[in-house]
Design a protein around this ligand. Sequence first.
Ligand code: BV8
Length: 261
Amino acid sequence: MSGGPLPPPDGLVAGAVEALSSARHVCVLTGAGISAESGIPTFRDALTGLWASFRPEELATPEAFERDPEFVWQWYEWRRELIRSSQPNAGHLALVRLARLAPSLTLVTQNVDGLHQRAGSPLVLEYHGNILRDRCVVEQIVAERSPGGGGNLPRCASCGGLLRPDVVWFGEMIPVEALVAAEDAANDCDVFLSIGTSSLVYPAAGLAEIALQRGVPVIEVNPSPTDLTRHADFVLRGPSGTILPALVEALGQGDSARNPQ
Ligand code: BV8
């Protein structure tokens, strides 16, 4: 994608469109905010029901699972139902189109909901795992459930060990493949797009810092200010389900204007 900037539609900062339109490699980091318009509460949104008195950071820990695996499984099963009954939104779909427009795009997500994959994103780095997979606590591999179950805790079909959701809990290491690939992308990209994240959870929040230290443009898409806002080069203030389609539209228009078929 080459050639001069075009007048930006409302809400889009000209420089952001320009930075993306001349990008060779775009690195995208998404957080819970991109799935909010699909009806999935963010981590900032207070928990409801059984879990109202807990913070996600308290439930998503090996200690909580150790203490009361049934209670933690109930929370994950509740979230799984919500995710199974939700659909990717316009924000997820716009990133699929952006991946087609950009020469190279690396999509890193903190979300465990699998909605990027369901939207059709070709390559998604699951930085915090995927809630819809089970992992065997004994063999530490993704495992099938033993049909009989064994009480109300899911058991591994091959060794009978306890199963847990295949997600990264607080205090646990990021899967090394995703960790390394995401860091490589942040170290190679020439534009970093941070979407729907409060930029509070590390090491994910450190990826934008790598881009900042390299002096490549950092674009934030979020309806509210975050810890990254004052460092970002371009801030697109609004819901990703509105901003991202408009951004991709502007890029697409620019592209067809520059490369009429
Ligand atoms: C580790 C999976 C060590 C589970 C998750 C440095 C400084 C401080 C603390 C630490 C540090 N390094 C490590 C830590 C500790 C900790 C941490 O960061 N704590 C935080 C709370 C301060 N990090 C860890 O524990 C990590 N592990 O460090 O291991 C280690 C090292 C060596 C060897 C062994 C161990 C692991 C962190 C991963 C935890 N797992 N999820 C599950 O989902 O059940 S994190 C989970 O919370 C999500 O995945 C996500 O990452 C995070 C929530 O953040 P966001 O996605 O940003 O969502 P949030 O709700 O916060 O914000 C939503 C945003 O969307 C808002 O800004 C809102 O304005 C915006 N929004 C709303 N609507 C929209 C929108 N945006 C756009 N459109 C809209 N419509």
